[in-house]
Design a protein around this ligand. Structure first.
Ligand code: G3H
Ligand code: ZN
Length: 282
């Protein structure tokens, strides 16, 4: 099926009160494993190309892989830019055929985040591509994005932002962080509820790795419609390689890593309530 947009899959998720997984992909085998899980779970899926892959020069290759996987897929697939760092990078992704782009201006002064996100949205919407924005910089370490602050989003900024910029998804900082949490994640669900009460675009939870299942379910019940997962997926794949390295058989190693990554992805899909009932995109 052709690639679809973030707007379409999140609209369906809003109807079914579920969340769609956004998995970071770094090579050929990880997206293949994610798609195997998505087919089994009948789950729409967001294949995410982030700064790590882009800085490694993989953006165009991975875009071709995602396009081919989507063509063969029976479930909706979104090609998404994660934590876009500039207007120029977004334009490059639009040219490469992405159907969704995130501009992460959360570390910028509010007015500058609004200004650049508006420019990104004008370009993306002109070619039918969805936009994700961010407020309340997510802490932790991801793809060399290092932020040690635990920025809780300011609800007044959310109210202003959504009145000034039209986006299809909004990532908010509620105590979530990239990478593996030191101890139990301290998520501010009251803050998330106050953001949701503003009737914002579908909300996004970054730093999905390591958040306990009950917290994930509670966040979805409040209104989270997209959940990003990178670290747990990468670790599952690498664990699969490590387990099999003694065989000195590269295809056996990749197969084992594929199986571990697919199992993790399917577990997340079930948790995000994407299983069994295919989410029909109108
Ligand atoms: O942007 C990527 C995600 O927020 C991934 O976070 O590595 O903690 O799962 P994670
Ligand atoms: Zn993130």
């Amino acid at each position: 099926m052709p690639l679809t947009t973030l707007k379409d899959v999140l609209a369906a998720a809003s109807q079914t009160r579920t969340a769609i997984p956004g998995f970071n992909i770094d090579n050929l085998e990880i997206p293949e494993a994610v798609m195997a899980a998505a087919e089994r779970s009948k789950s729409p899926v967001i294949l995410t190309i982030g700064q790590g892959a882009i800085n490694a020069g993989q953006m165009l290759y991975l875009a071709d892989v995602v396009r081919r996987l989507a063509d063969q897929s029976s479930v909706p697939v979104v090609m998404h830019l994660d934590h876009g760092v500039s207007y120029e990078q977004v334009i490059q992704c639009l040219r490469a055929g992405f159907t969704s782009v995130m501009f992460d201006g959360s570390h910028l002064p509010f007015e500058e985040n609004v200004k650049i996100t508006r420019e990104v949205a004008a370009a993306a919407h002109a070619v039918g591509v969805s936009v994700e924005a961010e407020l309340g910089a997510i802490g932790g370490v991801e793809d060399n994005l290092i932020r040690d602050n635990r920025n809780l989003v300011d609800v007044r900024e959310v109210e202003r932002f959504i009145s000034e910029v039209e986006v299809e998804a909004l990532a908010v900082g509620i105590g979530n962080a990239h990478g593996i949490y030191k101890g139990l994640p301290q998520l501010d669900f009251d803050l998330l509820q106050r953001c949701q009460d503003l009737n914002p675009p579908p909300l996004v939870l970054h730093g999905g790795s390591g958040i306990p299942d009950d917290m994930i379910r509670r966040a979805i019940r409040i209104g989270i419609r997209k959940i990003n997962v990178a670290t747990e997926l990468r670790n599952a794949f690498m664990h699969g390689l490590e387990e099999a390295v003694g065989k000195r058989d590269i295809y056996y190693m990749y197969r084992n890593a594929f199986d571990q990554a697919a199992a993790l992805a399917e577990k997340k899909m079930r948790l995000f309530q994407c299983v069994d009932e295919p989410v029909h995109i109108a």
